[in-house]
Design a protein around this ligand. Structure first.
Ligand code: ATP
Ligand code: MG
Length: 393
């Protein structure tokens, strides 16, 4: 039974104040993720290392699964605490060596910070190594590239033994780089874009443009469930915009081949106001260069020109199959392919302009009261926080 988990994080660029901020954020996110498993878990950061203390009754697989969903965590190791007695330490080392399949080669790496312990680290290495060799016929020592390193840290409060290294999801702790507004539709792409942004430490403020009664409540429910899946990594705030008044004006006044361009321009305008309001520093979309008519570089330029906030497009360099693979991995795929249409699929013209110009878009908007439409849309935003909440379908 394990007592602790030693957590490793990427250290690149972590200096001074930045380091404390990073470690505190990671500790907070780990605490939040373990909360779902019940009470008794605590996180501490002695000497710049991060430890999780486990309650006596725990399911390590569940702990491991919860830690796999904390960005910023590069790898982690379950640790056993043993009394300061060489016979017990040797036994603990043997159990640990065999805990995750038997390796062909190993080495023991002891560290003694408790100087009153009778053996020094070299002596501990030798004694424990001998014990492991005697008990595992065929096992060999390899000091340069062993398959398994059995670490033994001797401290006043006990001997800590660990050897398994379990990979974490990498990335940066969610929140350390700031907030971003994710334009979240019900499709395959935008949830993946949001996940990639989260992986780089961005806390998500998701916005969905809803067009009732043209789109069904099922479409909104699908977006809520997608936000719910993303929130397995970190809480997501979901903002729902009633886009019907904008949509209705567009259908009345905008030439059909420009509707998608103008719709997107309105989405960006509303998202930018929302971003300023919630303190977000960027918009995030699921656009991928060249995928559809509205994602040509010309089209992106015309849409992008209505905002001054940076727009991140994490999928810009990915092919559709790569995006689909990622969406399966993060478990949004099955929900994304449900057939409820959002406004973009519903209102798109059969022949949209693939190379709209700014002048055409501005002329198309001339009959619309852009300012009041945006203000009204922002005023009617319905917001809520989603955190591991299973939204029912
Ligand atoms: P997705 O798979 O994310 O729906 P898509 O391939 O269907 O993307 P488009 O329909 O061109 O592409 O949409 C491009 C991006 O615009 C989406 O990835 C999303 O970020 C944003 N978007 C589109 N429709 C909406 C909507 N109704 N609400 C919020 N964002 C939207
Ligand atoms: Mg879509």
């Amino acid at each position: 039974m394990y007592d602790k988990v030693l957590v490793r994080f990427g250290e690149v660029g972590l200096k001074g104040k930045n380091r404390a901020f990073f470690i505190n954020s990671l500790a907070r996110n780990i605490r939040r993720s373990l909360k779902q498993l019940g009470p008794g878990y605590s996180v501490s950061a002695p000497y710049g290392r991060l430890f999780v203390d486990l309650p006596p009754e725990h399911d390590f697989n569940a702990v491991s699964a919860a830690l796999q969903k904390v960005f910023g965590l590069v790898s982690f190791s379950p640790v056993v605490r043993q009394e300061l007695d060489m016979e017990l330490i040797k036994e603990a080392a043997l159990q640990e060596l065999l805990a995750d399949g038997r390796p062909a080669t190993f080495k023991v790496a002891a560290r003694r910070s408790f100087k009153n312990f009778p053996l020094n680290s070299m002596e501990i290495n030798r004694e424990v190594g001998g014990h492991l060799l005697r008990n595992c016929p065929g096992l060999k020592v390899d000091v340069h590239s062993p398959q398994r390193v059995v670490n033994i840290e001797v401290r006043p409060e006990g001997a800590f033994v660990f050897s398994r290294v379990i990979p974490g999801p990498g990335g940066l702790p969610v929140g350390v780089t700031g907030k971003g507004v994710l334009l979240l539709s019900g499709g395959i792409d935008s949830p993946v874009a949001g996940w990639l942004a989260m992986k780089r430490g961005i806390a998500l403020e998701a916005v969905y443009f809803d067009t009732p009664p043209f789109t069904s409540p099922r479409a909104l429910n699908k977006v809520e469930r997608l936000a719910g899946i993303l929130s397995r990594w970190a809480p997501v705030n979901l903002h729902v915009v009633n886009f019907t008044p904008v949509q209705t004006e567009i259908m009345k006044h905008v030439p059909e081949d420009l509707t998608i361009t103008v719709m997107r321009r309105f989405m960006f305008r509303v998202a930018e106001v929302l971003a300023r309001r919630v303190g977000a520093l960027a918009l995030i979309t699921g656009e991928s260069v060249g995928q559809v008519a509205s994602q040509t570089l010309e089209s992106m330029a015309v849409i992008n020109s209505v905002v001054s906030i940076p727009v991140l497009r994490p999928l810009a360099g990915l092919d559709k199959v790569e995006i689909m693979d990622l969406s399966r991995r993060i478990e949004t795929y099955d929900t994304s392919i449900e057939p409820y249409q959002d406004c973009c699929t519903l209102f798109v013209s059969p022949r949209p302009k693939t190379r709209p110009t700014l002048a055409q878009a501005e002329a198309a908007e001339a009959k619309l009261d852009v300012g009041s439409l945006v203000d009204a849309a922002v005023a009617g935003i319905d917001s809520r926080t989603i955190w591991r909440e299973e939204v029912q379908s």
